[in-house]
Design a protein around this ligand. Structure first.
Ligand code: BEZ
Length: 397
Protein backbone atom coordinates (compact mmCIF):
# COMPACT_ATOMS: atom_id res chain seq x y z
CA UNK A 1 0.00 0.00 0.00
CA UNK A 2 1.24 3.50 -0.73
CA UNK A 3 1.04 6.66 1.37
CA UNK A 4 -1.74 7.91 -0.86
CA UNK A 5 -4.13 5.14 0.19
CA UNK A 6 -7.66 6.46 0.65
CA UNK A 7 -9.84 5.64 3.59
CA UNK A 8 -12.20 3.39 1.61
CA UNK A 9 -9.31 1.25 0.40
CA UNK A 10 -7.94 1.01 3.91
CA UNK A 11 -11.23 -0.10 5.37
CA UNK A 12 -11.55 -2.64 2.57
CA UNK A 13 -8.06 -4.03 3.17
CA UNK A 14 -8.66 -3.98 6.91
CA UNK A 15 -11.73 -6.12 6.42
CA UNK A 16 -9.78 -8.52 4.25
CA UNK A 17 -7.18 -8.76 6.97
CA UNK A 18 -9.84 -9.62 9.50
CA UNK A 19 -8.99 -6.54 11.55
CA UNK A 20 -5.29 -7.30 11.71
CA UNK A 21 -2.96 -4.84 13.41
CA UNK A 22 -1.44 -2.09 11.32
CA UNK A 23 1.74 -0.04 11.39
CA UNK A 24 1.50 3.73 11.49
CA UNK A 25 -1.04 4.53 14.17
CA UNK A 26 -4.57 5.79 13.59
CA UNK A 27 -4.06 6.58 9.90
CA UNK A 28 -1.70 3.82 8.90
CA UNK A 29 0.02 3.54 5.59
CA UNK A 30 1.20 -0.06 5.71
CA UNK A 31 -0.80 -3.11 6.73
CA UNK A 32 1.35 -5.63 8.56
CA UNK A 33 -0.01 -8.54 6.50
CA UNK A 34 1.64 -7.19 3.37
CA UNK A 35 4.89 -5.75 4.68
CA UNK A 36 7.72 -6.58 7.01
CA UNK A 37 9.28 -9.96 7.47
CA UNK A 38 7.47 -13.28 7.31
CA UNK A 39 8.18 -15.30 10.44
CA UNK A 40 9.04 -18.94 9.81
CA UNK A 41 9.45 -21.31 12.73
CA UNK A 42 11.74 -24.28 12.18
CA UNK A 43 10.96 -26.99 14.71
CA UNK A 44 13.41 -29.75 13.90
CA UNK A 45 15.79 -32.14 15.64
CA UNK A 46 19.25 -30.56 15.91
CA UNK A 47 20.51 -33.09 18.45
CA UNK A 48 20.13 -36.86 18.77
CA UNK A 49 19.82 -39.65 16.23
CA UNK A 50 17.85 -37.49 13.73
CA UNK A 51 20.05 -34.36 14.03
CA UNK A 52 21.47 -34.69 10.51
CA UNK A 53 17.95 -34.97 9.11
CA UNK A 54 16.93 -31.69 10.73
CA UNK A 55 19.98 -29.91 9.36
CA UNK A 56 19.37 -31.25 5.83
CA UNK A 57 15.74 -30.05 5.94
CA UNK A 58 16.79 -26.57 7.06
CA UNK A 59 19.51 -26.47 4.39
CA UNK A 60 17.01 -27.43 1.71
CA UNK A 61 14.59 -24.72 2.82
CA UNK A 62 17.37 -22.12 2.88
CA UNK A 63 18.66 -23.18 -0.54
CA UNK A 64 15.31 -22.41 -2.15
CA UNK A 65 15.19 -19.05 -0.40
CA UNK A 66 18.71 -18.29 -1.58
CA UNK A 67 17.69 -19.11 -5.17
CA UNK A 68 14.88 -16.57 -4.75
CA UNK A 69 17.30 -13.85 -3.65
CA UNK A 70 16.34 -14.21 0.02
CA UNK A 71 12.69 -13.18 -0.47
CA UNK A 72 9.38 -14.89 -1.20
CA UNK A 73 6.73 -12.75 -2.89
CA UNK A 74 8.86 -9.72 -2.08
CA UNK A 75 8.91 -10.54 1.63
CA UNK A 76 12.03 -11.25 3.66
CA UNK A 77 12.00 -14.32 5.87
CA UNK A 78 12.97 -14.31 9.54
CA UNK A 79 13.68 -17.71 11.08
CA UNK A 80 12.89 -18.85 14.62
CA UNK A 81 14.51 -22.17 15.52
CA UNK A 82 13.64 -24.78 18.12
CA UNK A 83 15.51 -28.06 18.68
CA UNK A 84 12.73 -30.59 19.29
CA UNK A 85 15.25 -33.32 20.27
CA UNK A 86 12.88 -35.90 18.67
CA UNK A 87 11.16 -35.93 22.06
CA UNK A 88 7.35 -36.19 21.87
CA UNK A 89 7.01 -35.20 25.54
CA UNK A 90 8.48 -31.77 24.75
CA UNK A 91 6.39 -31.20 21.62
CA UNK A 92 3.61 -29.07 23.18
CA UNK A 93 6.03 -26.71 24.93
CA UNK A 94 8.29 -26.40 21.90
CA UNK A 95 5.39 -25.80 19.51
CA UNK A 96 3.94 -23.14 21.80
CA UNK A 97 7.29 -21.32 21.85
CA UNK A 98 6.82 -20.74 18.13
CA UNK A 99 3.05 -20.12 18.12
CA UNK A 100 2.62 -18.02 21.26
CA UNK A 101 6.04 -16.53 22.04
CA UNK A 102 7.40 -15.92 18.53
CA UNK A 103 4.03 -15.61 16.79
CA UNK A 104 5.31 -17.24 13.62
CA UNK A 105 3.33 -17.18 10.37
CA UNK A 106 4.43 -20.66 9.32
CA UNK A 107 5.79 -23.66 11.20
CA UNK A 108 8.04 -26.10 9.35
CA UNK A 109 8.37 -29.28 11.41
CA UNK A 110 9.23 -31.97 12.08
CA UNK A 111 11.11 -35.25 11.53
CA UNK A 112 9.79 -37.61 14.24
CA UNK A 113 6.19 -38.85 13.86
CA UNK A 114 5.47 -38.73 17.60
CA UNK A 115 6.65 -35.13 17.87
CA UNK A 116 4.64 -34.20 14.76
CA UNK A 117 1.48 -35.60 16.37
CA UNK A 118 2.03 -33.31 19.36
CA UNK A 119 2.56 -30.32 17.05
CA UNK A 120 -0.52 -30.96 14.94
CA UNK A 121 -2.81 -30.79 17.93
CA UNK A 122 -1.68 -27.20 18.52
CA UNK A 123 -1.36 -26.01 14.93
CA UNK A 124 -4.87 -27.29 14.19
CA UNK A 125 -6.23 -25.44 17.22
CA UNK A 126 -4.42 -22.18 16.47
CA UNK A 127 -4.83 -22.35 12.69
CA UNK A 128 -1.11 -21.68 12.20
CA UNK A 129 0.11 -22.70 8.75
CA UNK A 130 2.08 -25.91 9.20
CA UNK A 131 4.22 -27.79 6.69
CA UNK A 132 5.55 -31.18 7.78
CA UNK A 133 8.90 -31.65 5.99
CA UNK A 134 9.42 -35.28 7.01
CA UNK A 135 7.37 -37.03 9.73
CA UNK A 136 5.24 -39.66 8.02
CA UNK A 137 2.56 -40.11 10.72
CA UNK A 138 -0.51 -41.35 8.86
CA UNK A 139 -2.96 -39.35 10.97
CA UNK A 140 -1.39 -36.03 9.92
CA UNK A 141 -2.98 -36.43 6.50
CA UNK A 142 -5.52 -38.97 7.69
CA UNK A 143 -7.86 -38.76 10.68
CA UNK A 144 -6.29 -35.48 11.88
CA UNK A 145 -6.05 -33.78 8.49
CA UNK A 146 -6.74 -30.05 8.56
CA UNK A 147 -6.89 -27.17 6.07
CA UNK A 148 -3.77 -25.51 7.50
CA UNK A 149 -1.61 -28.68 7.76
CA UNK A 150 0.38 -29.83 4.71
CA UNK A 151 3.14 -32.35 4.13
CA UNK A 152 6.04 -31.99 1.67
CA UNK A 153 7.42 -35.47 2.35
CA UNK A 154 5.55 -38.83 2.45
CA UNK A 155 3.38 -40.96 4.70
CA UNK A 156 4.98 -43.85 6.57
CA UNK A 157 2.78 -46.28 4.63
CA UNK A 158 3.51 -44.66 1.26
CA UNK A 159 7.32 -44.88 1.22
CA UNK A 160 7.47 -48.61 1.93
CA UNK A 161 4.20 -50.17 0.74
CA UNK A 162 5.64 -50.97 -2.76
CA UNK A 163 8.65 -52.72 -1.20
CA UNK A 164 6.66 -55.77 -0.03
CA UNK A 165 5.72 -56.88 -3.52
CA UNK A 166 9.26 -56.26 -4.76
CA UNK A 167 10.76 -58.51 -2.08
CA UNK A 168 8.25 -61.29 -2.81
CA UNK A 169 8.80 -61.00 -6.57
CA UNK A 170 12.54 -61.48 -5.96
CA UNK A 171 11.70 -64.93 -4.61
CA UNK A 172 11.85 -64.22 -0.88
CA UNK A 173 8.73 -65.70 0.66
CA UNK A 174 9.37 -65.18 4.38
CA UNK A 175 10.59 -62.10 6.23
CA UNK A 176 11.32 -60.68 9.67
CA UNK A 177 10.33 -57.06 10.33
CA UNK A 178 12.52 -55.07 12.75
CA UNK A 179 12.14 -51.46 13.90
CA UNK A 180 11.93 -48.92 16.69
CA UNK A 181 8.70 -49.17 18.68
CA UNK A 182 6.99 -45.90 17.85
CA UNK A 183 4.50 -44.59 15.31
CA UNK A 184 6.79 -44.43 12.26
CA UNK A 185 8.23 -47.92 12.79
CA UNK A 186 4.82 -49.44 13.36
CA UNK A 187 3.16 -47.71 10.40
CA UNK A 188 6.06 -48.55 8.08
CA UNK A 189 5.74 -52.17 9.27
CA UNK A 190 2.05 -52.18 8.39
CA UNK A 191 2.84 -50.76 4.95
CA UNK A 192 5.53 -53.35 4.26
CA UNK A 193 3.35 -56.20 5.52
CA UNK A 194 0.37 -55.09 3.46
CA UNK A 195 2.38 -55.29 0.23
CA UNK A 196 4.32 -58.45 1.17
CA UNK A 197 1.37 -60.49 2.47
CA UNK A 198 -0.90 -59.40 -0.40
CA UNK A 199 1.76 -60.72 -2.80
CA UNK A 200 1.86 -64.09 -0.95
CA UNK A 201 4.65 -63.55 1.60
CA UNK A 202 4.66 -64.45 5.29
CA UNK A 203 6.02 -62.36 8.18
CA UNK A 204 7.70 -64.80 10.58
CA UNK A 205 8.30 -62.32 13.39
CA UNK A 206 8.16 -58.61 14.25
CA UNK A 207 11.01 -57.36 16.43
CA UNK A 208 11.01 -54.04 18.27
CA UNK A 209 13.28 -51.94 20.42
CA UNK A 210 12.48 -48.60 22.03
CA UNK A 211 13.33 -45.38 20.14
CA UNK A 212 16.18 -44.32 19.87
CA UNK A 213 17.88 -47.42 21.33
CA UNK A 214 20.68 -48.88 19.16
CA UNK A 215 21.49 -52.06 21.10
CA UNK A 216 20.67 -54.35 18.17
CA UNK A 217 22.83 -57.35 19.05
CA UNK A 218 20.29 -59.61 20.78
CA UNK A 219 17.71 -59.04 18.05
CA UNK A 220 20.24 -59.77 15.31
CA UNK A 221 21.10 -63.04 17.05
CA UNK A 222 17.38 -63.89 17.07
CA UNK A 223 17.12 -63.12 13.33
CA UNK A 224 20.05 -65.45 12.65
CA UNK A 225 18.24 -68.24 14.46
CA UNK A 226 14.88 -67.61 12.68
CA UNK A 227 16.59 -67.75 9.27
CA UNK A 228 14.02 -65.79 7.21
CA UNK A 229 14.47 -65.35 3.46
CA UNK A 230 14.65 -61.57 4.00
CA UNK A 231 14.81 -58.88 6.69
CA UNK A 232 12.93 -55.60 6.27
CA UNK A 233 13.29 -52.67 8.66
CA UNK A 234 12.58 -49.06 9.47
CA UNK A 235 15.56 -47.19 10.94
CA UNK A 236 16.96 -43.81 9.91
CA UNK A 237 19.69 -41.29 10.68
CA UNK A 238 22.46 -42.18 13.12
CA UNK A 239 20.54 -45.22 14.41
CA UNK A 240 20.14 -46.46 10.86
CA UNK A 241 23.88 -46.20 10.23
CA UNK A 242 24.56 -48.23 13.38
CA UNK A 243 22.03 -50.89 12.31
CA UNK A 244 23.72 -51.30 8.90
CA UNK A 245 27.12 -51.74 10.56
CA UNK A 246 25.82 -54.13 13.22
CA UNK A 247 23.96 -56.21 10.61
CA UNK A 248 27.23 -56.72 8.73
CA UNK A 249 29.23 -57.33 11.94
CA UNK A 250 26.71 -60.01 12.98
CA UNK A 251 27.56 -61.88 9.76
CA UNK A 252 24.09 -61.39 8.23
CA UNK A 253 25.15 -59.27 5.25
CA UNK A 254 25.41 -61.51 2.19
CA UNK A 255 23.38 -64.23 3.93
CA UNK A 256 19.94 -62.67 4.49
CA UNK A 257 19.14 -59.72 2.20
CA UNK A 258 18.21 -56.52 4.05
CA UNK A 259 15.48 -54.16 2.75
CA UNK A 260 14.10 -50.85 3.96
CA UNK A 261 12.92 -47.37 3.05
CA UNK A 262 15.00 -44.66 4.80
CA UNK A 263 17.80 -46.82 6.16
CA UNK A 264 20.48 -45.82 3.65
CA UNK A 265 19.72 -42.10 3.23
CA UNK A 266 22.35 -39.62 4.36
CA UNK A 267 24.54 -42.34 5.91
CA UNK A 268 26.50 -43.88 3.04
CA UNK A 269 29.71 -41.94 3.77
CA UNK A 270 29.57 -43.17 7.37
CA UNK A 271 28.90 -46.87 6.78
CA UNK A 272 31.34 -47.60 3.95
CA UNK A 273 30.97 -50.97 2.26
CA UNK A 274 28.50 -52.37 4.83
CA UNK A 275 25.51 -50.91 2.94
CA UNK A 276 26.52 -52.19 -0.50
CA UNK A 277 23.60 -53.91 -2.26
CA UNK A 278 20.82 -52.90 0.19
CA UNK A 279 17.60 -52.27 -1.71
CA UNK A 280 15.09 -49.65 -0.61
CA UNK A 281 11.97 -47.88 -1.83
CA UNK A 282 11.77 -44.11 -1.53
CA UNK A 283 10.46 -40.97 -3.24
CA UNK A 284 13.98 -39.77 -4.09
CA UNK A 285 17.26 -41.31 -5.15
CA UNK A 286 20.76 -40.37 -6.25
CA UNK A 287 21.66 -39.82 -9.89
CA UNK A 288 18.12 -39.22 -11.10
CA UNK A 289 19.94 -37.14 -13.70
CA UNK A 290 17.11 -34.74 -14.48
CA UNK A 291 17.74 -31.07 -15.20
CA UNK A 292 15.95 -30.03 -12.01
CA UNK A 293 17.77 -32.54 -9.79
CA UNK A 294 21.18 -31.82 -11.28
CA UNK A 295 20.74 -28.08 -10.65
CA UNK A 296 19.51 -28.77 -7.10
CA UNK A 297 22.44 -31.06 -6.30
CA UNK A 298 24.97 -28.61 -7.66
CA UNK A 299 23.43 -25.69 -5.77
CA UNK A 300 23.25 -27.70 -2.54
CA UNK A 301 26.84 -28.93 -2.81
CA UNK A 302 28.08 -25.37 -3.44
CA UNK A 303 26.09 -23.87 -0.59
CA UNK A 304 26.69 -26.49 2.10
CA UNK A 305 29.80 -28.42 0.94
CA UNK A 306 28.00 -31.74 1.12
CA UNK A 307 25.66 -33.87 -0.97
CA UNK A 308 21.89 -33.52 -0.52
CA UNK A 309 19.59 -36.40 0.43
CA UNK A 310 15.85 -37.04 0.59
CA UNK A 311 15.53 -34.85 3.71
CA UNK A 312 17.12 -31.88 1.94
CA UNK A 313 14.66 -32.34 -0.95
CA UNK A 314 11.72 -32.34 1.47
CA UNK A 315 12.96 -29.07 3.05
CA UNK A 316 13.47 -27.52 -0.40
CA UNK A 317 9.95 -28.55 -1.42
CA UNK A 318 8.47 -27.19 1.82
CA UNK A 319 9.87 -23.80 0.81
CA UNK A 320 8.60 -24.19 -2.76
CA UNK A 321 5.15 -25.09 -1.51
CA UNK A 322 4.98 -22.10 0.80
CA UNK A 323 6.26 -19.82 -1.97
CA UNK A 324 3.47 -20.96 -4.28
CA UNK A 325 0.95 -20.04 -1.58
CA UNK A 326 2.48 -16.69 -0.69
CA UNK A 327 3.04 -15.64 -4.29
CA UNK A 328 -0.60 -16.37 -5.12
CA UNK A 329 -1.68 -13.75 -2.55
CA UNK A 330 1.11 -11.32 -3.50
CA UNK A 331 2.79 -11.66 -0.14
CA UNK A 332 -0.32 -11.00 1.97
CA UNK A 333 0.36 -13.47 4.78
CA UNK A 334 -3.01 -12.72 6.38
CA UNK A 335 -4.87 -14.09 3.38
CA UNK A 336 -4.67 -17.60 4.73
CA UNK A 337 -7.56 -18.92 2.65
CA UNK A 338 -5.82 -17.73 -0.52
CA UNK A 339 -2.50 -19.29 0.53
CA UNK A 340 -4.14 -22.62 1.34
CA UNK A 341 -6.07 -22.67 -1.94
CA UNK A 342 -2.87 -22.14 -3.94
CA UNK A 343 -0.94 -24.74 -1.90
CA UNK A 344 -3.72 -27.27 -2.49
CA UNK A 345 -3.50 -26.74 -6.25
CA UNK A 346 0.32 -26.74 -6.28
CA UNK A 347 2.25 -28.78 -8.81
CA UNK A 348 5.73 -28.97 -7.37
CA UNK A 349 8.69 -29.07 -9.74
CA UNK A 350 10.81 -31.07 -7.33
CA UNK A 351 14.29 -32.57 -7.57
CA UNK A 352 12.48 -35.91 -6.88
CA UNK A 353 10.26 -35.38 -9.97
CA UNK A 354 6.99 -33.47 -10.26
CA UNK A 355 4.36 -34.11 -7.60
CA UNK A 356 0.90 -32.84 -6.74
CA UNK A 357 -0.97 -32.44 -3.48
CA UNK A 358 -3.66 -34.95 -2.49
CA UNK A 359 -6.99 -33.75 -1.09
CA UNK A 360 -5.63 -34.72 2.35
CA UNK A 361 -2.50 -32.53 1.78
CA UNK A 362 0.06 -35.32 1.24
CA UNK A 363 2.25 -35.59 -1.90
CA UNK A 364 1.08 -37.86 -4.72
CA UNK A 365 4.42 -39.03 -6.01
CA UNK A 366 6.51 -41.72 -7.68
CA UNK A 367 8.16 -44.24 -5.37
CA UNK A 368 11.53 -45.37 -6.69
CA UNK A 369 13.31 -48.67 -6.23
CA UNK A 370 16.95 -48.07 -5.27
CA UNK A 371 20.06 -50.11 -4.62
CA UNK A 372 23.20 -49.00 -2.79
CA UNK A 373 26.08 -48.92 -5.25
CA UNK A 374 29.22 -47.36 -3.79
CA UNK A 375 28.19 -44.10 -2.15
CA UNK A 376 24.87 -43.82 -3.98
CA UNK A 377 21.26 -44.85 -3.52
CA UNK A 378 21.11 -45.66 -7.21
CA UNK A 379 17.63 -45.58 -8.75
CA UNK A 380 17.05 -48.91 -10.50
CA UNK A 381 13.36 -48.58 -11.28
CA UNK A 382 10.00 -47.11 -10.32
CA UNK A 383 8.35 -49.29 -7.69
CA UNK A 384 5.01 -47.43 -7.87
CA UNK A 385 4.02 -44.58 -10.14
CA UNK A 386 2.10 -41.60 -8.66
CA UNK A 387 1.28 -43.29 -5.36
CA UNK A 388 -1.25 -41.55 -3.10
CA UNK A 389 -1.63 -42.26 0.61
CA UNK A 390 -5.06 -43.79 1.37
CA UNK A 391 -5.69 -40.91 3.85
CA UNK A 392 -7.85 -43.11 6.04
CA UNK A 393 -10.28 -41.09 8.13
CA UNK A 394 -9.51 -37.69 6.60
CA UNK A 395 -12.51 -35.38 6.60
CA UNK A 396 -11.22 -31.99 5.55
CA UNK A 397 -13.24 -29.29 7.27
C1 BEZ B 1 9.21 -40.47 11.32
O1 BEZ B 1 9.29 -40.50 12.56
O2 BEZ B 1 8.11 -40.29 10.75
C2 BEZ B 1 10.45 -40.62 10.49
C3 BEZ B 1 11.68 -40.36 11.03
C4 BEZ B 1 12.80 -40.47 10.24
C5 BEZ B 1 12.71 -40.85 8.92
C6 BEZ B 1 11.47 -41.13 8.38
C7 BEZ B 1 10.32 -41.02 9.17
Amino acid sequence: MSNSINRRDFIKSGAALGGAATVGGLWPNIAIGQSGKIKVGLMLPYTGTFAQLGVAIENGFRLYLQEKGGKIAGREIEFFKVDDESDPAKAPENTNKLIQRDKVDLIVGTVHSGVAMGMIKLTRESGTLHIIPNAGAGAATGALCAPNVFRSSFSNWQAIYPLGKHVYDKGQKTAVWITWKYGAGEEAGQGFKEGFVKAGGKILKELYLPFPNVEFQALLTEIASIKPDAVACFFAGGGGAKFIKDYAAAGLKGKIPLYSSFLTDGVLEAVGNDAEGIETTMHYGDALNTKKDNAFRLGYAKAFKMQPDVYAVQGYDAAQLFAIGLEAVKGDINNKAGIIKAMEAAKIDSPRGAWTMSKAHNPIQDIYLRKVVGKENKVIGVAHKALADPARGCKMA
